[in-house]
Design a protein around this ligand. Sequence first.
Ligand SMILES: [Zn+2]
Length: 293
Amino acid sequence: MNDYIVRATAAGNQLRAFAAYTKQTVEDARRAHNTSPVATAALGRLLTAGAMMGSMMKNDSDVLTIQIKSDGPIKGLVVTADSKGDVKGYVNNPEVMLPPSKAGKLDVGGALGHGVMHVIKDMGLKEPYVGQTVLQTGEIAEDLTYYFATSEQVPSSVGLGVLMEKDNTVKQAGGFIIQVMPFVEDEVLDKLEENIGKLPPVTSMLEKGFTPENMLETIFEGMDVEFNDTLPTKFYCNCTKERVEKAIISVGEKEIRSMIEEGKPVEVNCHFCNTNYTFSVDELKEILKKCKK
Ligand SMILES: [Zn+2]
């Protein structure tokens, strides 16, 4: 199964939903950043949520960023997604190792600790939308549920899961976001709560071979789910040497001059995909000329 997001509604548009399968996306992120298992789980959960939240935006140029700053050993993570299913991200400390949680799971909450989450939506307006919340558990799904309720005033249920193989590659990854519309009837809400109450963890459903559609069918059992469309999702970074060159120009003439005086090639790293771009002294001299224009 290739990675994709499905968009759906249920109970005659009283509920809307997104579900995703993201195994390859998370594995590609793991490989790019060489993340430890708990860092892979944290990043994978946020990438999965980011991909779905990105798909909620309308325009091709809209960009969503979720930024977590925390005091735990992972120190924080950043995910950026567009509306077309492309998502990228990184963790500040990819090597973090922790003993399993009491439930025997990867201790994502322990890795994150206390902190704040910013959700930034750049939709081409003068000012981007910024929502800020305090981390509730650091497990990411609960933190996003809290974010939707308090910052966007949309009651939601978020489920995210990443399961690792014994060799520390990604075995399963996926998740869902269910959102309740303001005109929802009480019976619909009661039925949804009942269904979610008995829902197995996302990783258990994926292990059973559930597709994103199957997950939503289970969540919306007896509630007339309607699938609207699907879109592929992937770990993708749009960095290029030209873009990095622009970033160098922005540090200013003085800084570039001192790089040239060092007499050595300069390596610039893209945080999002961990690609290194090397600029020779001659290339730096060319860049300096562009600064003066
Ligand atoms: Zn990149």
